[in-house]
Design a protein around this ligand. Structure first.
Ligand code: ATP
Ligand code: MG
Length: 385
């Protein structure tokens, strides 16, 4: 058991040494022969649990000494041990010295020991409590610091995410503008020039009736080849920038794209739009949705081996819902998404980014041999008119 500090103040040296002999084995007994000395021992030692003072001492009475100790350390336990305790002394001891207990001389060892033992337990408990509170306080301070740091980190991350969002938006915009420029160049310059060349080929021999038929047939073949080139260029140009999207709106553009897609891939495609009449979305929102549908269908064409596809656009305020379903071979979404990242496949990822840029959500559900369902929800407020 830990030896706690016990200070005994008495002007009679023999009492002090008796006390030390009796309690020295269980307590760390400190002694003082006057109130003044007791105060300096108390402050120097610190952590003194019990102070026992003789009442009548020259210079400073026991109660006066205990009163001052009370002001220094209110938690210390103070006791009076005297031969002459009068009723006035008792009241003074209680009021001024905040005395816990008093004992008469000659003291009874059993009584004192019982009192000290009780105090020791209380003292040790209180000290443990104090230490725990301190530790708790420190932990709280640390926690508070970590919390502040965390809030700061979250703020920074949100700012960074905001910046990335703006940059991605700009990137998509720049990409669309570039596509539009290339599409226009292809359509207006290259395709037109090829067209003029085709006409020139078709009419090049008109003024030369004697040109051999062989040469004319060759010219015709070249003209047909040019015709195919022009068609390919027009398709490429349309793929790069769906001009009908600006002119006819999302529903008509998607419907037309679906029709061509079904024809090119030899599958059945049911397209349905509901609640979309008169609903005009802003052009950025439209191009994003168009691209998302385009990529979903392109994936079906490349990977699904489907025979039937369903595309639905449903505007039901406050959301616009897009569902794209195929009955193809399906895939493990989680696994393929991770693999796709390593293989630098960007389709699903860019669909997801486009959807979140317009504050929407995208959900891909797929099971092997059970087809794939893509569910997209976009809030209609803001972009919709
Ligand atoms: N409808 C689908 N049916 C079956 N598998 C699909 C379907 N859609 C996507 N996948 C699978 O998910 C993978 C990732 O698709 P994602 O569009 O990201 O890449 P990709 O089409 O292979 O390449 P990219 O789109 O970059 O040209 C695909 O490689 C394919 O395995
Ligand atoms: Mg893809």
């Amino acid at each position: 058991m830990e030896k706690i500090k016990l200070l005994y103040v008495d002007d009679e040296e023999s009492n002090l040494s008796n006390f030390k002999i009796t309690f020295g084995a269980e307590y760390n007994v400190l002694t003082a022969t006057s109130g003044q000395e007791a105060l300096s021992v108390f402050t120097q030692e610190g952590d003194v649990a019990i102070v026992v003072a003789d009442q009548r001492m020259p210079g400073m009475t026991g109660v006066e000494c205990l009163e001052r100790i009370y002001h220094i350390a209110p938690d210390s336990i103070r006791m009076v041990l005297t031969a002459y305790l009068e009723s006035e002394d008792i009241i003074e001891a209680i009021n001024r010295g905040h005395v816990y207990q008093y004992f008469f001389k000659p003291w009874k060892e059993v009584e004192l020991r019982r009192a000290f033992d009780l105090v020791r337990e209380k003292f040790l408990l209180a000290r443990e409590n104090r230490l725990l509170s301190l530790e708790l306080g420190e932990r709280n301070v640390q926690l508070e610091k970590v919390n502040i740091q965390l809030v700061e980190d979250i703020k920074k991350r949100k700012q960074a995410e905001g910046k990335i969002r703006i940059l991605t938006q700009e990137l998509f915009k720049a990409q669309e503008n570039e596509r539009r420029r290339i599409a226009l160049d292809l359509h207006d310059n290259v395709a037109q020039d090829l067209f003029s060349l085709k006409i020139a080929f078709e009419t090049v021999f008109d003024d030369f009736p004697k040109v051999p038929q062989r040469l004319k047939t060759r010219g015709k073949k070249m003209s047909e080849l040019l015709g195919r080139c022009i068609k390919t260029l027009r398709d490429m140009s349309c793929g790069l920038r769906p001009f009908n999207l600006d002119q006819l709106g999302l529903v008509a553009a998607v419907s037309q794209y679906c029709e061509e897609f079904a024809g090119n891939h030899g599958l059945r495609l049911d397209f349905e739009a509901a609640g979309m009449d008169g609903l005009r979305l802003d052009s950025e929102l439209e191009i994003n949705l168009y691209r998302v549908i385009q990529e979903a269908l392109s994936n079906i064409g490349k990977h699904a081996q489907a025979s039937t596809v369903e595309v639905k656009l449903v505007a039901s305020y406050p959301v616009l819902i897009i569902r794209i379903e195929d009955d193809g071979q399906g895939f493990d979404v989680k696994k393929r998404s991770v693999e796709a990242m390593h293989e630098k496949r960007m389709g699903l990822q860019s669909m997801d980014e486009r959807v979140s840029l317009i504050n929407g959500t995208m959900n891909v559900k797929s099971r092997l041999n059970m087809g794939t369902k893509i569910f997209i929800e976009i809030p209609l407020s803001g972009g919709a008119q």
